[in-house]
Design a protein around this ligand. Structure first.
Ligand code: SF4
Length: 375
């Protein structure tokens, strides 16, 4: 392993619109590169510009806490922070990879976020997050914390092949149970499922069942992308060693799309498989409104709820324009409550969307979304 200590100019990444998967507008990468070395990791793709050998070399942003402290200082902000969870995790390096034992950047970042009273959503594959239970509990008591784990399945043997640097899924699920016992909301990102290996109805159902037994609050699903170049070459090389019988079918599924997507038909099939399993175990397929409805400002709350409705309808095989309406609203410069009489002038907002928006503005809930989540 080679470690390079670097100076970061900025840490907080601001999204142009609220991310309704994570209920977040801000994220951060404390490390570039990741020794967890998951075989499918898209951090390996050329477009992310991670220098060195991915999986072996990591750059540590040693001034991250100093920079973050400046960025969180409200006196230095011309426009106030948008409300929502700050994401710790995701990106091109797990915040709880083994190096964090030494640098403790995640812990220090959490302390800062706690001081500034921000809600936090942690996403990791490492049980090292248990080290920070105390501070995560404190954040949860002040505002709210969510701890999520990503899994490609609940199968320890498959994980050992494709996620060689992380604790097995059985350990990750135990860690989630520990956080749940401490009163912290927890989720699973079943992401990415690996085609022909962890995407079968049996494997998907097994993961959903174990998530349900662990009493997590939600499970969010997604398929795998494979971008041409380093990411695809590395993945197919490993696949050839362990599952050579699948190589030809992968060439058929991944046909060199710009973002590395598989075919649309494939995603439709696995989404349906997941949806059936999630319904069987009554697992929410999006972060439940109770975890964010008192946190977001009104426009972001409407955007997230409309996007969740859009997703759930599409999973049921129905057409929906709620996602389009949500996007248009995300660009609206003024609070929706000041536009109550002219909501229909926003692109994509029809009578059904207008009714939902008015209900959200009045009650901060959507009975339609609750109904979709429950059925
Ligand atoms: S833990 Fe995440 S960032 Fe790290 S290698 Fe795995 S997928 Fe990539």
């Amino acid at each position: 392993m080679s470690i390079t200590e670097i100076q970061a100019k900025s840490i907080l990444l601001k999204r142009k619109k609220i991310d309704s998967w994570f209920i977040s507008r801000y994220g951060m990468n404390l490390y570039r590169g990741c020794t967890h070395n998951c075989v499918y990791c898209d951090g390996r793709a050329e477009g992310y510009y991670v220098e060195g050998v991915f999986g072996r070399d990591v750059a540590v942003k040693v001034n991250a806490i100093e920079v973050l402290s400046r960025e969180l200082d409200p006196r230095r902000k011309r426009t106030p922070f948008k409300r929502g969870f700050i994401m710790l995790g995701g990106g091109v390096g797990d915040s709880y990879q083994p190096l964090d034992n030494k640098y403790q950047l995640s812990r220090k970042a959490l302390h800062l976020l706690c001081e500034h009273n921000f809600p936090v959503h942690v996403l990791t594959k490492s049980t090292l997050v248990e080290r920070d239970l105390d501070i995560i509990k404190k954040i949860n008591s002040q505002t709210r914390a969510i701890v999520s784990f990503s899994l490609s399945s609940a199968d320890d043997a498959i994980s050992a092949i494709f996620e060689p640097g992380v604790p097995p899924p059985s350990e990750r699920l135990k860690t989630l149970q520990l956080f749940k016992k401490e009163g912290i909301s927890c989720g699973i990102f079943l992401l990415p499922v690996i085609p022909l290996i962890t995407d079968t109805p049996e494997k998907i159902e097994e993961t959903v069942r174990k998530a349900s037994e662990a009493v997590v609050d939600f499970i969010i699903f997604g398929g795998m992308t494979l971008k041409d170049g380093r990411q695809k070459d590395y993945f197919l090389d490993a696949l050839g060693k362990h599952y050579p019988q699948h190589i030809a079918e992968y060439q058929n599924l991944y046909r060199g799309q710009k973002w590395g997507e598989a075919t649309g038909d494939y995603y439709s099939i696995i989404n349906k498989t997941f949806h059936i399993a999630a319904k069987k175990y009554k697992m929410p397929q999006r972060v439940p409104p109770a975890l964010f409805k008192d946190i977001l400002d009104e426009n972001d709350l409407v955007v997230v709820m409309l996007e969740h409705i859009d997703y759930l309808l599409k999973m049921e095989g129905q057409k929906s324009s709620f996602g389009f309406a949500a996007y248009s609203i995300s660009q609206a410069p003024q609070p929706l409550s000041s536009m109550k009489g002219e909501l229909r002038r926003i692109k994509g907002v029809n009578k059904a969307a207008e009714d939902i928006i008015l209900e959200i503005l009045e009650t901060r809930t959507s009975s339609y979304l609750e109904h979709l989540l429950a059925r």
